[in-house]
Write a protein that binds this ligand. Sequence first.
Ligand SMILES: [Zn+2]
Length: 348
Amino acid sequence: MRSVLALAFAALVVSAASSAADCMKVSITGVQGGPPVFKGQAGAGTLVQFGSNESNCSDVRLQFDTGRGTTQSLSKLGVPVGTLDAVFFTHLHSDHTEGLADMMQLRWHFNSQGPKVDLVCAEEVKNPLGVAMSCQKYAAHIGDALIQSGEISQRLAENKKRLPGGPADLLIVKDFPLKQDPVDVWRSGNVTVSAIQSTHIAGHASYRVDTPVGSVVIGGDAGNDVRKPPRDSSTSAQVEKLAQGADILVHSTIHPVMGPEGGTGFPPPIYWRQSTATDLGFLAKRAGVKNLVLTHLIPPVGAPRQGPYKLPDGALSKADYEQAVLDSGYDGQTLVGEDLATLTLGAN
Ligand SMILES: [Zn+2]
């Protein structure tokens, strides 16, 4: 009798494990760092998907930042924009946001009757000139050029089922106050997203997604609160807090070659407000992060310049970025990002 019970218990454990055949996929939708464009790379963004093995991890779809070309990248990943549950902004710089207008117009065109999409972002804060950095206003005016041109009303005349206010009608802004400790900002089933204030420009946030199969942190363009040397690190203490024990850290990075000593002429304050690849390695090591994904690479791999700033010793390779991380002694997995690069956790 005892052995039968033991067997039954073992079977339960196995079936519990297989009913938990969940998976999470993290994909780079755009690796481009900053406003330049190089060889068609898409602008900054990361897609996080979670679900069952049967759904190919697609039950929950979260897009973090929407740089130029995000719609195309999602299409290459087989993800229609109408199926995103939520979009999260790390900050209101165009290289992280400009793809949303295109995405929302497409969604309005074909999915006006479908679910609205949450836009999760930090509450309004003032920039150094006293003007509000406002995600609410960004969302409210997302279709303005197309309204002003007359296109929206022309298309409404063709199809009255479309929402009358244009693409803005499909966005539900869920803004949150920035705090120095993580706060929960979004949830669906057993997927939670938390956010923390981090430094880059006013209103910058970093995010963590927790799922039953693992966690991913999206650092965005975060840098150290101390905006220039001398300081311990170029990385953010808040991102480090958020990244404790994370399976994956996706973070924007800048190579030390862009620093004041590198001879590129790149403005030092712009260099200092990003995290270097080496310092991200140190952070990942301290926080026990298993996989470090470098994205928003400044300069891009293979590029002779970052915008107008020429690299005196020529383009960097992936190996240069890997070496920059290895210099920290980080012994986890490092992935130098490229468009559509994907990591999967759990089944699948
Ligand atoms: Zn950026």
